[in-house]
Write a protein that binds this ligand. Structure first.
Ligand code: ADP
Ligand code: MG
Length: 333
């Protein structure tokens, strides 16, 4: 668990990059920092492994204050992946990855064996082990970067716009791979991006920052999208960026159609059906059309809201098909 309590970073020139940040990144979850350029995402991330020192407040990793930890020891437990994979150009792929296990005292052969395992983990064909970084595509280089970050088997992984430089199709497959990896390895991941679609796809919880380094909202993606706290978040998560909206998944069969949202006590919809939200924006269930108010008796409980990616119904259908309980799909498009 990573806990920011009133953390501020003021650089020597007076720039306040992060302003009084309160946030908990849960163990074994993906927490995303998103926001426009210059809003303090990278600075927030780098305080976690103490590449940047907080100026005020308290920042704990697993209950230990980062400022009183030994930086080298702290970083051993924290993998770090950045946009440019930063591979050693004159070393082969396998040796780029094996460097870390070797530094940790494994023999060359054991380290290379471990590196080959990690290539498989991140979806790289082991036949590429002997190639040099320049002989790999951008997406493949990022996979090597992720494999290298995993080499020390750190419980925490920090990722700063790791997929921003690769083309959209490859980016999607890297995102899918990360989700798969996460469900297998259960790392605590803090992921920085400026792309709201990427944020809602990957994040168990998403922190939206505004310029000036202030946290605007920190919520599950469904809550963020259904209940933005203010105009800034509303605009950022949405409408003017071609964002399509929300889908609703339930084990009941309901028709694909526009998504209406109501609260307890509202009138039932005139036709079709509507998702019922609680006061915080989480779905309680859905209601069919009828007369009278939405009450405990009329709500069919269950279901979840999820973001529909920036294109079409495809994301909704994929999500429905891959969800163990999901059959009903509704899209606000
Ligand atoms: P983001 O990653 O969200 O784009 P950063 O965390 O990199 O934002 O930067 C936040 C703010 O802090 C920006 O205004 C940036 O110019 C400033 N900043 C970052 N690093 C330094 C530094 N070493 N010295 C002074 N200002 C900095
Ligand atoms: Mg940045």
């Amino acid at each position: 668990m990573i806990e920011f309590r009133g953390v501020t970073k003021r650089f020597p020139d007076g720039t306040v990059a992060v302003d009084d940040l309160d946030l908990v990144a849960e163990r074994g979850r993906i927490t995303v920092f998103v926001g426009p350029s210059g809003c303090g995402k990278t600075t927030s991330l780098r305080m976690i492994n103490r590449m940047v020192e907080p100026s005020a407040g308290r920042l704990e990793v697993d209950g230990r204050d980062v400022l009183s930890a030994d930086p080298a020891e702290l970083r051993r437990g924290i993998g770090y992946v950045i946009q440019q994979a930063g591979l050693f150009p004159h070393r082969t792929i396998v040796d780029n990855i094996a460097t870390v296990p070797m530094l940790l005292g494994r023999g060359r052969r054991a380290a290379r064996d471990r590196a080959r395992e990690l290539m498989e983990t991140v979806g790289l064909d082991v036949s590429m082990a002997g190639r040099y970084p320049a002989q790999l595509s951008g997406g493949q280089q990022q996979r090597v970067g992720v494999a290298r970050a995993l080499a020390a088997d750190p419980p925490v992984l920090l990722m700063d716009e790791p997929f921003s430089a690769v083309d959209p199709v490859v980016r999607e497959s890297l995102q899918d791979e990360l989700l798969r990896l996460q469900s297998e390895l259960g790392k605590t991941i803090v992921f920085v991006t400026h792309d709201i679609d990427e944020a809602v796809k990957l994040g168990d919880r998403v922190a939206v920052f505004r310029v000036g380094g202030r946290l605007a909202q920190y919520d599950e993606p469904g809550v963020l999208l259904s209940r933005p706290v203010d105009d800034f978040v509303d605009t950022f998560v949405g409408r003017d960026r071609g964002y399509r909206g929300l889908g609703f998944l339930t084990s009941d069969t309901i028709p694909l159609g526009p998504l209406d949202m109501v609260s307890m006590g509202d009138p039932l919809p005139d036709d079709g059906w509507a998702v019922v939200l609680d006061g915080t924006g989480r779905p309680l269930g859905w209601v069919a059309a009828g007369d009278g108010p939405v009450t405990e008796d009329t709500v069919v409980p269950g279901g979840s809201l999820y973001p529909v990616g920036s294109g079409s119904l495809r994301g909704a259908l994929d999500a429905a098909l891959s969800s163990p309980s999901g059959q009903g799909v509704a899209v606000d498009a």
